[in-house]
Design a protein around this ligand. Structure first.
Ligand SMILES: CC(C)(COP(=O)(O)OP(=O)(O)OC[C@H]1O[C@@H](n2cnc3c(N)ncnc32)[C@H](O)[C@@H]1OP(=O)(O)O)[C@@H](O)C(=O)NCCC(=O)NCCS
Length: 129
């Protein structure tokens, strides 16, 4: 998480409790009219309380005026995350073999933001992380 914060300081959101304990985070990057949701996570004991929902909604609100699509990659075995993303309208568009360092595949998912600018979005660069 610290490395992500260093790499994407402007696109990093955290969720805190009233006592300022950080219980979740979400990080995105943007390139032209395309956003990439790089990572989202919530402490196990705070899951299923809509923490990630709040984080992604805030991220999408911030991105909606700047981009027209949001892309992400998720491990195909991570069914709970796939379900979570589907709740927001993300659709699986392709499987990328050997995406993760252990050789497991990723599902690339895409969300189209209807109200953003209609200028063209560049496809995301492949990442090996
Ligand atoms: C995926 C993750 C971020 C969801 O965080 P969360 O705060 O628990 O999610 P929310 O409470 O906002 O869930 C919203 C909806 O997503 C779906 N969802 C979330 N977790 C789910 C699960 N374990 N199983 C099935 N559906 C799930 C549900 O529809 C849920 O609504 P509901 O609770 O009313 O049924 C969290 O499980 C997590 O941190 N996982 C480990 C890290 C990870 O896999 N990140 C994604 C890849 S980078």
């Amino acid at each position: 998480m610290v490395q992500l914060l260093r790499e994407h300081p402007k696109a990093f959101l955290v969720a805190e409790t009233d006592s300022r304990k950080v219980v979740g985070y979400c990080v995105c990057s943007t390139e032209r009219r395309l956003a990439h949701l790089i990572s989202i996570g919530v402490l196990r004991e705070y899951r299923r309380r809509k923490v990630a929902t709040s984080l992604i909604q805030e991220s999408l609100d911030q991105l909606s005026s700047k981009v027209r699509e949001v892309w992400l990659e998720v491990n195909t075995a991570n069914e709970e995350a796939v379900k979570f993303y589907e709740e927001f309208g993300f659709k699986g568009i392709m499987i990328i073999d050997n995406y993760y360092s252990d050789g497991s595949p990723a599902l690339r998912m895409r969300l189209t933001l209807n109200h953003a600018s209609q200028e063209g979005a560049a496809p995301p660069r492949e990442s090996t992380s």
